[in-house]
Write a protein of this length. Structure first.
Length: 270
């Protein structure tokens, strides 16, 4: 049995299936860890969602910001952007089943020495604390209150974690850190505007994984989200959004030996 961590797919189903062929993925034997953003911007969001759902327990997926955007649009609390490719899902006969399945995905996943999240973890969160906080969001997202959650989810404030946070503010900070964050200060204040390479950063901010003494360094964190960062394979970090959507690579790392697999992708985003 092998476990393959795969970067952001974003509706690019053909490259994803090609990558699975390259690694020799066997649904009966192997497992996939998918870092989120299954859908949007690529050409086959609907078929990607159906395909991953059809993998059953062979695929573990955490939610990304584009996945949450789909849920928010479907609930009527956000508009379709001109670059979105979500219409096929919203008009599909199996729309309800697909959205219910997506809502049941985790925000954070941890097994042994590896932890997976779409974007990042705030420096004061240990792996254990991150799992507890993610579970708070997952419980609401999987309940009838999910409509209220997506209604109150958007926004950049509060931009810093405090244990005393309550209600939607508390859940929003957890979601923003785990699905949107790239940069933060040493004390965990988040910044959401910088999306390019990690150069010319706002004063006082750094990539979340470079914060000295971050509490999540007890595990190797697997993440995606930051395509401009490029592939980063470090002792405590596997950042694997290779920019498939932008015509670069879709990446997979076999966790047992950290062997890297990549395929070149046709550009789908302008």
């Amino acid at each position: 049995m092998a476990t393959y961590a795969v970067g952001d797919i974003q509706g690019c189903l053909q490259p994803f299936q090609q990558l699975l062929d390259v690694v020799g993925f066997n649904q009966q034997r192997d497992r996939l860890w998918l870092v989120g953003d299954l859908v949007n911007r690529g050409p086959d969001s609907l078929q990607t969602l159906r395909y991953v759902r059809g993998l059953g327990n062979a695929a573990i997926t955490v939610l990304g910001n584009h996945d949450l955007h789909l849920l928010t649009v479907a609930a009527g609390f956000a508009r379709i952007h001109k670059t979105d490719t979500l219409e096929d899902i919203l008009g599909a006969a199996d729309r309800v089943e697909l959205l219910d399945w997506l809502r049941a995905r985790k925000l954070f996943h941890h097994e042994e020495e590896y932890a997976m999240v779409h974007a990042g973890l705030l420096p004061q969160w240990s792996i254990e604390r991150a799992a507890e906080l993610a579970a708070e969001v997952e419980q609401v997202l999987q309940s009838p209150r999910h409509i209220e959650l997506v209604q109150h989810m958007y926004g950049g404030q509060p931009d810093q974690w405090q244990d005393t946070l309550e209600g939607w503010d508390r859940l929003r900070v957890i979601i923003n850190a785990m699905t949107r964050m790239r940069l933060c200060t040493i004390d965990g204040k988040m910044e959401f505007h910088h999306k390019g390479e990690p150069t010319n950063l706002p004063q006082g901010y750094m990539p979340w994984f470079e914060v000295p003494g971050r509490c999540s360094a007890s595990a190797t964190v697997i993440c995606g989200h930051w395509s401009a960062l490029g592939l980063r394979i470090e002792p405590k970090l596997l950042a694997i959004d290779g920019g498939c959507l932008w015509g670069r690579q879709l990446c997979a790392v076999r966790l047992e030996d950290r062997q890297l697999f990549q395929i070149n992708c046709p550009a789908q985003a302008a």
